[in-house]
Design a protein around this ligand. Structure first.
Ligand code: PBG
Length: 333
């Protein structure tokens, strides 16, 4: 210690009190930046729990309205709807049927909340097909890109007609964004926003989602979703989607792909969203339930990291809860 020299620079000065830390925070969470994914199931009865996603349920039409009202009053930026049909077939007929559950739910919420809510719809066939793939299959069982894109065009129109402000193509078919844009425009839906799941990886972190939508999938989606080994490929996918007319681009999953979020945020001039997916939610909930991590701090830290990487919008199953915390915090200042 005899040669000790007091440090010239003391970064700790700015960390001394909560007020100082708040003053110099580079990133802040806000309810408007959080989007809540919601599941709605066809049929009557009660909402049913999703075992692998504690706290998340498959809603009925009624309970969906209540959950949406609560999220909207907490100030979340938007709601992303997923439908769980009672019947499935090879082409996913329920996705384009105006009386299909997702379209019915969109109409319910649009008539209840009007423009007070930004209503988004997952635009993909996997919840509606009996084989669980995101598209229609060829005779040999491969996912047929161009035939699938035609189904997406019809699905986009059905969703816009039902009241979706935003459609979210998530099937990773080539050319899907351009095709959906042109069919929406031709049908007069020029103001319907396209939030493209632009960089979407074939991920193990979607595991609990499969239970959430009672997915029938056997096999995997590696022939259409991206390989987690790849980074630059995402820039190509994103550039193509923007060229085809995407208004917002999304990276998915979020936490294992923060390098991609940062790359995309640095290379585009449209809003960048990230999807904190089911497995990311379940990992934190499971560890917290065992007392292994501090649940609320882990949630906030995870959301800050996604935003710090460059996402301006985050889809998270905690959106309404976190919005509630943020409102409380705001009330105490
Ligand atoms: C496709 C879709 C999936 C998710 C969102 N949209 C499933 C998939 O691509 O396999 C996953 C979301 C999550 O895991 O939270 N309809």
């Amino acid at each position: 210690m005899e040669n000790f020299t007091a440090p010239e620079h003391r970064p700790r000065r700015l960390r001394r009190t909560p007020a100082l830390r708040r003053l110099v925070a580079e990133t802040r969470l806000h309810p408007a930046d959080l989007i809540l994914p919601l599941f709605v199931k066809e049929g009557i009865g009660e909402p049913s729990a999703i075992t692998s996603m504690p706290g998340v349920v498959q809603h009925t039409r009624d309970s969906l309205k209540r959950a949406a009202a609560q999220a909207i009053s907490a100030g979340v930026g938007g709601l992303m709807l997923f439908g769980i049909p009672a019947h499935r077939d090879s082409i996913g007929s329920g996705a384009t049927d105006p009386d299909g559950i997702l379209n019915v739910a969109l109409r319910d919420l649009k008539s209840e909340f009007g423009d007070a809510a930004v209503l988004m719809a997952d635009l993909c066939l996997d919840e509606f097909t009996d084989h669980g793939h995101c598209g229609v299959l060829t005779a040999s069982g491969a996912v047929d890109n161009d035939a699938t894109v035609k189904r997406y065009q019809e699905m986009g129109i059905a969703q816009a007609a039902a009241g979706a402000d935003v459609v979210g193509p998530s099937g990773m078919m080539d050319g899907q964004v351009g095709a959906i844009r042109s069919s929406l425009d031709a049908a007069g839906y020029t103001d319907t926003v396209i939030l493209a799941y632009a960089a979407k990886y074939a991920s193990a972190f979607y595991g609990p989602f499969r239970e959430a939508v009672d997915s029938a999938l056997t096999g995997d989606r590696r022939s259409y979703q991206q390989d987690s080994a790849n980074r630059r490929e995402s820039l190509r996918e994103v550039a193509l989607d923007i060229a085809e007319g995407a208004d917002v681009v999304m990276v998915k999953p979020a936490m294992s792909y923060l390098d991609i979020v940062a790359d995309v945020a640095g290379s585009v001039d449209v809003p960048v969203a990230a999807y904190q997916v089911s497995g990311e939610y379940s990992m934190i909930e499971a560890a917290a339930a065992r007392g292994w991590i501090d649940r609320n701090r882990a949630i906030v830290e995870s959301l800050l990291s996604i935003q710090r990487a460059g996402a301006s919008l985050t889809l998270t199953y905690w959106a309404a809860e976190v919005a509630g915390w943020l409102n409380q915090e705001a009330g105490t200042r």
